[in-house]
Design a protein around this ligand. Structure first.
Ligand code: GDP
Length: 192
C-alpha cells in the first residue's frame, strides 16, 4: 500500500454516512492527545491530512482516507477527552461500538497509546472488544522520544508480557512521529 498517496475521502458522523462497506480498511483509534493525528500524518507524509487537533475531542467524526483501490485508512475520533459533555461521549461510544461491530471491511485496528500512560480504561475495553471479535490490533506506544531508550524498552516488554495471553492477535511497537521512529515497522504491519 502506498500510504503517501492517501487522499481524504469522506467524513461520517455515523456509520450510515460512511463510504461503501467494500474492500478493506484499517482504523486508527486511541485516546485524545495520544498522537493519532501525528502518526497518520507521518505515515502518509502529509502534514495536513489528519489535522493535529488543537481542541481535542471536538471533531466527533469518522474520517476516511483512500490509500488505493478499495483500501482505506480510517481515523476514529479520540476517546476519553474530559471536557466533552457526557451525552456526547455516550453518543460517540455508541457510534464507535457500531462501527467496530458492523463494519465488514474493517480488517484491523491500530491502537495508539502515549508511552507515558499506556493501557487506560478505554484502551483495555478496545482490546477486549477486539479479542472477542478476533480482530487484530497493532499497538503504537507513541511519543517514544519522551522516554530514554531503557525505560521505553521496558514499557514495551512489560506490555508485550501483559498481552501475551491474546496470542498473535495483538502486536506492540514503539513509535515517535517526532523522530520518525517505528515507521518501517508500522508500514510492514499494515502491508501484511
Ligand atoms: P491526537 O489528539 O491523538 O490526534 O494527538 P496529536 O497528534 O494531535 O498529538 C497530541 C500532542 O502530542 C501534540 O501536542 C503533538 O505535538 C504531540 N505529539 C504527537 N506525536 C508526538 C511525538 O512523536 N513526540 C512528541 N514529543 N510529541 C508528540
Amino acid at each position: 500500500i502506498d500510504f503517501r498517496s492517501a487522499v481524504f475521502l469522506q467524513s461520517a458522523s455515523q456509520l450510515e454516512n460512511s463510504p461503501d462497506d467494500s474492500g478493506s480498511e484499517v482504523a486508527f483509534a486511541g485516546r485524545s492527545n495520544s498522537g493519532k493525528s501525528s502518526a497518520i500524518n507521518t505515515l502518509t507524509g502529509n502534514k495536513k491530512l489528519a489535522r493535529t487537533s488543537r481542541t481535542p475531542g471536538r471533531t466527533q467524526l469518522i474520517n476516511y482516507f483512500d490509500v488505493g483501490p478499495d483500501r482505506r485508512l480510517v481515523d476514529l475520533p479520540g476517546y476519553g477527552y474530559a471536557k466533552v459533555p457526557l451525552a456526547m461521549k455516550e453518543k460517540w461510544n455508541r457510534e464507535l461500538e457500531r462501527y467496530l461491530q458492523h463494519r465488514q471491511s474493517l480488517r484491523g485496528l491500530v491502537l495508539l497509546m502515549d508511552i507515558r500512560h499506556p493501557m487506560r480504561d478505554q484502551d483495555d475495553q478496545m482490546i477486549n472488544w477486539a479479542a472477542t471479535a478476533s480482530m487484530p490490533v497493532h499497538i503504537l506506544l507513541t511519543k517514544a522520544d519522551k522516554l530514554k531508550r531503557g525505560p521505553a524498552q521496558n514499557t514495551l516488554l512489560k506490555l508485550q508480557g501483559q498481552l501475551a495471553s491474546f496470542g498473535g492477535l495483538i502486536s506492540v511497537q514503539l513509535f515517535s512521529a517526532l523522530k520518525k521512529q517505528g515507521l518501517d515497522s508500522l508500514e510492514k504491519t499494515l502491508n501484511r
